[in-house]
Design a protein around this ligand. Sequence first.
Ligand SMILES: Nc1ncnc2c1ncn2[C@@H]1O[C@H](COP(=O)(O)OP(=O)(O)OP(=O)(O)O)[C@@H](O)[C@H]1O
Ligand SMILES: [Mg+2]
Length: 234
Amino acid sequence: MTDTPQSILTAHGVHKSFGRTVALRGAALEVQPGECVAITGPSGSGKSTLLHCLAGVLMPDSGVVTFRGTRLDALGVDERTRLRRSSFGLVLQFGQLVPELSALENVALPLMLEGRRRPDAAAAATQWLERLEVAQLAHTRPTAMSGGEAQRVAIARALVTSPDIVFADEPTGALDTVTGELALDVLVKATRETEAALVLVTHDNRVAAAAEREVVLRDGAIEAAGDGGPGEPT
Ligand SMILES: Nc1ncnc2c1ncn2[C@@H]1O[C@H](COP(=O)(O)OP(=O)(O)OP(=O)(O)O)[C@@H](O)[C@H]1O
Ligand SMILES: [Mg+2]
């Protein structure tokens, strides 16, 4: 295997199809601990699919994803769920909060699943809601929030467990410029403070610029990595 020992997350030769649609054809990525990587590329290039495969939400048709040297596909469903709960933070592109729970309960939930007592979990959740400037929504359910408010609550929920790696799919997509900057700033600062890695999927150049490294996905494979210099004329 070509695993780099210090990588926290690796993906090699990842293929994924949905029926006849090939979403990923041999995508590869390595993420170092504490690193912030942006995945960019055109709509439909496979960014969300790759992020879901990296985070163990989707299993690839072929190829290998490892976290700290352990193949995700070698874990049982329960083990994978436990790993995701303890080590991964996930901000998905669409619908992710539990509709029956308030913002506070949504953010406290991952901690309570880890066995934290309700008052502790609620206190930690409140701090994250404050940091994302949505504390006033603590007792509001997601159905009564705007898309951008729900997105900020989802970011709070992804950060509350201090995960080793945070996966965020268009985390600023539903936010205006000012709130988008706040959300991005909190994501970057919080992961830096805890030395967590951050994998960001984005269309937004400013978001990509906040990352240390950008990889471009085109037609389901990584096209280029590095400094984002001008491409060849087509
Ligand atoms: N659950 C699914 N069922 C069928 N096709 C899917 C599914 N998810 C993704 N696809 C298809 O796979 C391809 C890659 O989709 P994906 O969502 O990964 O793209 P993306 O780069 O995230 O796009 P966007 O920037 O629009 O979010 C697309 O052609 C899409 O239509
Ligand atoms: Mg997407």
